[in-house]
Design a protein around this ligand. Sequence first.
Ligand SMILES: C[S@@+](CC[C@H](N)C(=O)[O-])C[C@H]1O[C@@H](n2cnc3c(N)ncnc32)[C@H](O)[C@@H]1O
Length: 248
Amino acid sequence: MTEEMKAEFDTVASWTADAALALGPDHFLAAGCRGSGSPGALRWLLDRLDVAPGDLLLDAGAGVGGPAAFAAAEAGVRPLLSEPEAGACRAARRLFDLPVVQAASALPFADASVDAVWSLGVLCTVPDQPRFVAELRRVLRPGGRLGLLVFVATGALPEQPAGNDFPTRPRLDHLLREAGLTVHDSGSAADFPATPAGWQDRADAVDAELERRHGDDEAWRTAEAQSAVIGRLLAAGDLVGTLVVAGR
Ligand SMILES: C[S@@+](CC[C@H](N)C(=O)[O-])C[C@H]1O[C@@H](n2cnc3c(N)ncnc32)[C@H](O)[C@@H]1O
């Protein structure tokens, strides 16, 4: 993992939990979802994962744990988190008290042991993408569904965030096919309703608190510069936030 990614996924993840704890529980979800999809996009995925209350949902590359906590609150699933960075693992425990395993692409779970898997904004950060997708499929029970949020490149990128490898749509489809997964549905994150005002206000408050505490820190500036590049690529249409639901 590059120094830039370590800053964002380890150090800033840890600081995010500190900031959210200082602001109070009503800020936890918005803080925990800073790195991922909007509530509308998460709901779209949940609706298509075909999960029932009590089902085990693996969140691979779970970050600070916001999306998993959102899934538990919305659909009554039992989340299980895997995440390589210790700072993010601790943040997910502190904010949401969710079960987290520190792991990267090699998942320490038995074959066919979970009812559903989702992985949000993770694929482009993973060096060996075929292995990662194969692992997601391996742990999924037959008939189970996989949900992905992938930043897809629409062509050559004018600038490149450090360490990211964004697949094109044909490459993404190829990865899924090669892993034995069939795409059931897909959508563009841009088509979902805007983040509700209250949620956005809380996310902004977390950002402001992080800036106040760490604005002068190198890790904060590095992480902010990295997100700014991705923001510019999304705004220009060079990257498209793509939601995919696939089955095995
Ligand atoms: C952009 S963040 C998204 C976090 C979270 N999924 C969310 O939506 O808020 C990408 C996450 O992928 C994790 N990650 C990086 N390499 C990974 C790998 N090989 N396997 C699993 N997760 C990985 C990072 O540590 C980071 O937490």
